[in-house]
Design a protein around this ligand. Structure first.
Ligand code: ATP
Ligand code: MG
Length: 795
């Protein structure tokens, strides 16, 4: 573990070192892909802690995904040890949730708020639109949602949206926004965009909180700064901006008198690919004026890719107008040429990819885990999956089939939310009659009328069902017992029960499991498996809350050991679990390296990652670039940045392909080759196969109805930064459940952990159910585990 300046700066070039060492003013690191921006950020944190004596608790680092946060945290712990634990490394959304959990009551909401994901939000919008008697064809929930999301990303609240509305359409949208917001609040719920907007409101309106956080976070670091939107920018500014001192208000003055923390942001305007979510490179371009005194550092050496890959990417991105010229180079040498393939159909394309992967692996050039296949939209994964399954090629789809979007999983989560937050009407109503317990639509409507008239949450109407006249006795009894079911489980939460216990109990007690078990529908078998999987997710969550990383076991300092033991009593409560699953991004389920499976994902999900071998597929005009962008130079520029992101993920080997005919929306389409192919110098590409005969492009037949276009719209990027979703690990056996009789272990024993693998017990502390055990898992490192939760087997 490096303790000297030289040690911490090892493996960094001049400008990278400068960025790590820079002190005293805001720093912007701008540089192309693979130039070490993320590495610089990580090293800077290590340097702050190790050599500048900065307390890790005063560091806030923001990454784009939870997965990236976990990696960064692990890297820093590797460099400085467990002392780094108190630092905050998280996405904007997770940081916002943490802040809101402690202070949202100041905005008049309660701390046990629910977080609505896209599907919940859409459901609520649909209700709002229906109740406003609007034509759902003209006012589509998806369009309204996007509109509202844009408002929130620009920090425009409903009154301001109404003021700004100029067209009749906007006025209607603004009304819907207002009502949607009112209902969210009544349900004590926030959607994803609200998380950021609310925390900004909180910091803006409470100078004492702003002061508190400004005193706490003395160092703020942001990765992927090019993809921050206006709301996220305001969040950073509230924490780090130098504000003029307002005369008169002593509290305001105190807040701004705290010197702003040191801010480092890193980014690449050529990789800005989230404009549709309000991201704006304005934030990069005006960093120096936003944060006066700022220093900009440029990095020019790329350490990821071969010269061939880099030249291809550089030439492509040059076609974008209005961008500062960059001079990215590498000394890795030319490497292999790019391989191209023109397939007859999308199935032929998929078969070629599979053949290529197999021959590369057979030749020992790469392993499955080092290969990624990218495409523009999620729907394109299907042909690859078909071929990979048929040929037995191990793979994983990131962001494809979303575990948390399966019906039974959503039901279970709705139960948990309804337990944790009784005001959450959407969740309570979802499970009122699931499994069927004879509470019909009429009874539900009576409950709704009762609740609306008294302005109380739906669940209170359930509790007061006795006061509702004119309801069948049978219904009253059923509703009562539903109310009692919920009350029993809310009492478990109050008594401090663990998330997995509550989940297990509600699934059984509600009759959900029994209904599936007794069903003859084969699909219900799968549903049961998914619920078993969800219980395992909860058990893993609990086990993780009681595990800490000893990072090689070198930490003997008293301070560290003390911190470790308190960490073993991590938060294993239901609210903490709900928070975690609400915030899992699709990209979080990317398999660990060496797991040995090919990764399939959209280009949007690939940001920040790297693979030895990369296939970028579907290079056709109308697919990539996307049909929607063809007539719009701004959109086209964004598609080109997406292509740049895709090409620059490759370390050693890049392969590109297109299909002459692709079935889209049920009809075969002849798409011309992507214009992006022409923007790559021809000498760099070896075409393994070119089109046999070129079919005449008949643009008349390119009939893309606007609704079809809409359905593809945003598809490729439909995962959200902190969106719910988790690719369902197929083919995995049931996961290891925590053992109930606690193992008795002594140093030297060999154990098997369901995640960390084989290990050797180094030491045990405590006794019986309260035993903690330190286990050396070899290359995975040394972990301290709470024995009662750890998924361990003695060998
Ligand atoms: P992106 O723009 O794609 O996010 P980045 O600028 O964040 O890329 P990193 O991911 O930090 O780049 O680095 C790319 C690769 O180069 C990583 O494998 C990293 O470990 C390696 N790397 C970075 N700097 C150096 C260096 N000075 N010497 C050797 N390898 C380096
Ligand atoms: Mg990076």
């Amino acid at each position: 573990r490096p303790t000297t300046e030289e040690g911490l700066l090892a493996g960094l070039n001049g400008p990278q070192r400068e960025a790590v060492l820079h002190a005293g003013s805001p720093v912007l690191v701008v540089a192309g892909a693979g130039s070490g921006k993320t590495r610089v950020l990580t090293r800077r944190i290590a340097h702050l802690v190790q050599l500048r004596g900065v307390h890790p608790g005063s560091i806030l680092a923001i990454t784009f995904t939870n997965k990236a946060a976990a990696e960064m945290r692990a890297r820093v712990v590797e460099l400085v040890g467990n002392r780094a634990r108190p630092m905050w490394v998280s996405t904007f959304h997770s940081a916002a949730v943490r802040m809101l959990r402690s202070d949202i009551d100041r905005l008049g909401m309660s701390r046990n708020f629910s977080i609505y994901d896209d599907t919940d939000a859409k459901r609520l919008i649909t209700l709002v639109t229906r109740d406003a008697s609007l034509d759902p064809k003209k006012f589509q929930p998806r369009a309204i949602m996007n509109w509202i999301s844009n408002q929130k990303n620009d920090l425009i609240d409903p009154p301001a949206a109404k003021d700004a509305a100029t067209s009749g359409n906007d006025r209607t949208y603004a009304e819907l926004y207002d009502e949607y917001q009112r209902r969210l609040r009544a349900a004590n719920a926030l959607d994803f965009d609200d998380l950021i907007m609310s925390v900004v409101t909180l910091l803006r309106t409470c100078p004492d909180l702003r002061e508190q956080y400004r005193r706490r976070f003395r160092h703020v670091l942001v990765d992927e700064y090019q993809d921050t939107n206006a709301a996220q920018y305001e969040f950073i500014r509230a924490l780090c901006g130098r504000e003029p001192v307002p005369p008169g208000d002593p509290e305001e003055e105190a807040a701004v008198r705290v010197d702003p923390p040191e801010l480092m942001v890193v980014g690449d305007s050529d990789q800005s690919i989230y404009a549709f979510r309000g991201a704006t490179i304005r934030n990069i371009l005006s960093f120096e004026s936003d944060f006066p005194g700022a220093t900009t550092i440029l990095l020019e050496q790329n350490y990821r890719s071969t010269q061939t890959i880099l030249t291809a990417a550089n030439s492509l991105i040059k076609a974008n107008p209005d961008r500062p010229a960059k001079n990215l180079w590498t000394d890795a040498g030319d490497g292999e040429r790019i391989v191209g393939y023109v397939a007859d159909t999308e199935h032929d394309e998929a078969a070629w990819v599979a053949r290529r992967i197999d021959s590369l692996v057979d030749a020992g050039s790469t392993s499955y885990g080092d290969v990624a296949v990218f495409y523009r939209t999620n729907a394109q994964s299907r042909p690859f999956e078909d071929v990979f399954i048929r040929t037995g090629l191990p793979y994983r789809v990131v962001g494809g089939v979303r575990f948390y979007e399966r019906r039974e999983v959503r039901d279970a989560v709705a139960y948990l939310r309804a337990i944790a937050n009784p005001a959450d009407d959407v969740s309570v109503r979802r499970i009122l009659n699931v499994p069927k317990r004879g509470i019909g639509a009429r009874a539900e409507a009576s409950l709704e009328v009762f609740a609306t008239a008294r302005r109380i949450p739906f669940s209170q109407a359930v509790d007061r069902v006795g006061e509702i006249g004119a309801m069948a006795t049978r219904s009253v009894n059923q509703i009562r017992s539903f109310g009692e079911l919920m009350a029993r489980h809310r009492a478990m939460v109050d008594a401090g029960a663990r998330a997995d216990e509550i989940l297990d109990s509600i699934l059984k007690d509600s009759g959900y499991i029994a209904e599936l078990e007794n069903s003859k529908d084969p699909q219900d078998e799968t549903r049961l498996e998914n619920l078993v999987e969800l219980v395992s997710v909860a058990q893993e969550f609990v086990a993780r809350a009681h595990t800490i990383d000893l990072a090689g076991g070198e930490d003997t300092e008293a301070e560290d050991v003390a911190a470790d033991d308190s960490a073993l009593e991590g938060d294993d409560s239901l609210p903490a679990f709900l928070e975690q699953i609400a915030l899992v991004a699709d990209s979080d389920s990317i398999p660990e390296e060496g797991e040995g499976v090919v990764t399939l994902m959209t280009l949007h999900t690939a940001k920040g990652l790297e693979f030895d071998t990369v296939f970028v597929t579907g290079f056709e005009d109308g697919v990539f670039p996307h049909a929607r962008s063809l007539g719009d130079s701004k959109e086209l520029a964004e598609e080109r940045r997406l292509a740049y992101v895709g090409l620059t993920r490759a370390r050693k080997r890049l392969l590109i392909s297109r299909a002459v005919v692709r079935t889209m929306w049920g009809t075969p389409q002849y798409n011309p080759p992507s214009r992006f192919i022409e923007e790559i110098p021809a000498r760099l590409i070896d075409w393994e196969r070119l089109a046999e005969a070129s079919p005449g492009w008949d643009w008349q037949s390119q009939d893309r109805s606007s609704s079809a276009r809409e359905s593809l719209d945003r598809d490729g990027a439909s995962f959200s930064q902190a969106g719910s979703g988790r690719a369902f690990g197929s083919g995995k056996g049931p996961r290891h459940a925590p053992k109930s009789p606690v193992l008795s272990l002594t140093p030297g024993d060999k154990v098997l952990h369901s995640t960390f693998g084989l290990g050797t017990v180094l030491a045990t502390r405590g006794s019986g159910a309260n035993t903690n055990v330190d286990v050396d898992f070899g290359s995975v490192g040394t972990k301290r585990l709470a024995l009662k939760f750890a998924p361990l087997e003695k060998l």
